[in-house]
Design a protein around this ligand. Structure first.
Ligand SMILES: Nc1ncnc2c1ncn2[C@@H]1O[C@H](COP(=O)(O)OP(=O)(O)OP(=O)(O)O)[C@@H](O)[C@H]1O
Length: 546
């Protein structure tokens, strides 16, 4: 399409406006204005163009003036690049004919650039999410944005847990371009389980087979953060803000995401994107579940209590390292919009001859840019562990803006395994505290971190039936456990001895301690583009990879 140009007025001042293949620009025609005063909006970030003077906040109002048109577009908040705002500008053309030409030209080009934009969405609202705020957030702030963008929406308010998952598993979704949840991480997990389960059923793949290469999902998931925890949204957008997320959905962003599949023997248990954690985080979650009445503060309460208990657990960790040609968890990079590491993974997945992920499941991986075949070796560590965490993403959240593993990637087909061995309370506190500041939380003698493809954990002692463990402890282990906890007054104060922790899988307690976890590359896609910002983080104390 040829560029379209004319003079337009904004608030009675004359501007020269030009629409080309990628952007819409306008600049003052006055001679004394400097060229920096050019305003530019990329076409992909124009939400809508409408005739007349149009308002949508606090409610929709159109004044049909003959020469005016209103352009709605995305703007970055002044103090936070990741927070998006809906901005608008009213332009006045010389006559209504020119106005109509502008509206038609802009609409055509938005459509041309917006092939990834959803036309029809299925929206699930958890009316109890975020202490009952979800419904209000959707109807007072989001519904009008979807209407403005011309998106057809089918809204369902859930009446029970797992209703959204079951709906996705059972109903015809062929008319939808995406599914959206208005709620917290629990609602996101429901949508993810529904979509992955459905895709496997359609591809005749058994989710119970831990070795199966799973089928990716075609529908994208949107998250309107309205829960008490929204880690997935924060780690993929950089901010928990309903308007920002709605705008990412409208412009049709797409962010692939790796997913961990968790199995117990040959039985599928759960999918995870943010954290599979044993020991400290498992104990905090299972304790906090007993205090749900406290609301979100229960996590702080249980965190403090579990910290005082200072428990560690015996077991064998086996992990399959990702090929050495890839990035590593301490390379001081950040996964950001357009991440090269994730793009390489996308290319590998898209080219069937070099489908490294298929090779991985057979035990080898060919690193990018080298002819060298790197074996994804299995390693093992036996010992007493305070925390074992595996995460497919940084797991950044408002309390820890860099997250559990700051250099983890969203879509590179790997996860970061963080092993914290038995240590004193003070040492563990140092490790925890470093999640909230700029210091390297892995630069401690009792912490190891690896970039992995898979994990197996076997608690000691092994037991066929996890639940009956406590009654069948060998005497020496029973003694050690009791010593470990009873030796301390603080531990006694905070709870009795326990031989086995629980796994925390994205905020849900899992029933088995013996599990296998495997990363599935780019299994789902979100309406997001990753966190906008620089890929390299400059830290004063830069620590090379150990
Ligand atoms: N109508 C409903 N009634 C009860 N539970 C529901 C309903 N709809 C969804 N759920 C369940 O509620 C759980 C929590 O929801 P969600 O994550 O949206 O909110 P939250 O405020 O972040 O939750 P949490 O209480 O876990 O902090 C989800 O696991 C979901 O399965």
């Amino acid at each position: 399409m040829d560029p379209f140009h004319s003079y337009l007025k904004i608030k009675k001042k004359m501007y020269s406006a030009i629409l080309n293949g990628r952007s819409f620009k306008w600049t003052r025609t006055h001679k004394r204005e400097r060229p920096e005063s050019i305003e530019t909006i990329p076409l992909v970030e124009i939400i809508a163009v409408q005739k007349g003077l149009v308002e949508i906040v606090p409610c929709k109002k159109i004044i049909n003036t003959p020469n005016d048109f209103t352009v709605f577009f995305v703007k970055r908040a002044p103090k936070c690049q990741q927070r998006w705002i809906l901005d608008k500008m009213v332009f006045t053309a010389e006559d209504s004919n020119l106005r109509d030409q502008w509206v038609s030209q802009l609409s055509q080009r938005i459509e041309q650039h917006g092939q990834q934009r959803p036309q029809r969405l299925l929206v699930f609202i958890n009316p109890f999410g975020g202490r009952g705020k979800a419904r209000k957030i959707y109807y007072s702030r989001i519904a009008q944005l979807f209407e403005l963008a011309g998106i057809n929406v089918h809204v369902l308010e859930t009446e029970r847990a797992n209703q959204a998952r079951d709906y996705i598993l059972q109903k015809d979704l062929s008319s939808f371009d995406g599914v959206v949840c208005v709620g917290g991480d629990g609602m996101f997990s429901e949508l993810m389980h529904g979509l992955i389960g459905r895709s496997q059923r359609e591809a005749c793949i058994s989710e119970d087979d831990p070795e199966a290469t799973l089928q990716g999902c075609s529908l994208r998931i949107g998250i309107i953060p309205a829960g008490s925890t929204n880690c997935v949204c924060f780690a993929t957008v950089g901010v928990n803000d309903p308007i920002t997320s709605a705008l990412h959905i409208i412009v049709g962003d797409s962010q692939p995401l790796d997913v961990c599949a968790v199995h117990h023997k040959k039985q599928f248990i759960k999918y995870s994107v943010s954290m599979v954690g044993y020991g400290f985080y498992g104990d905090v979650l299972s304790d906090s579940d007993k205090h749900r009445w406290m609301g979100p503060i229960r996590y702080d309460y249980s965190g403090f209590k579990v910290f005082l208990q200072n428990r560690s657990y015996q077991g064998i960790i086996e992990y399959q390292l990702a090929g050495t040609g890839q990035s590593n968890p301490r390379d001081n990079t950040r996964c950001r919009t357009g991440c090269m590491v994730c793009s390489e993974s996308t290319e590998r997945l898209c080219s069937p001859e070099e489908n490294a992920f298929d090779n991985v499941s057979q035990g080898s991986y060919k690193s990018q840019g080298s002819d060298e075949e790197v074996i994804d070796e299995w390693h093992s560590a036996e010992g007493t562990f305070k925390a074992i965490n595996m995460t497919c993403m940084s797991s950044a959240c408002p309390k820890s803006p860099d997250g559990l593993s700051p250099c983890a990637h969203l879509a590179d087909g790997t996860a970061d395994l963080i092993i914290v061995r038995k240590c004193s309370r003070v040492s563990f506190l140092r490790h925890l505290f470093r999640h909230t500041n700029q210091k390297d939380q892995f630069d401690l003698p009792f912490v190891d971190v690896f970039r992995v493809k898979a994990l197996k954990f076997t608690p000691i002692p092994q037991d066929d039936d996890d639940e009956s463990l406590e009654s069948t402890l060998p005497v020496h282990l029973e003694y050690e456990s009791v010593e470990q906890t009873k030796s301390s007054f603080l531990a006694r104060l905070c709870g009795g001895p326990s031989m086995r922790s629980k796994w925390n899988c994205d905020g849900e307690v899992m029933p088995h301690a013996a599990i296998n976890v495997r990363v599935h590359s780019q299994l789902i896609k979100l309406f997001a583009r990753g966190i906008e910002g620089p890929c390299i983080k400059r830290r004063e104390s830069w620590m090379p990879y150990r």
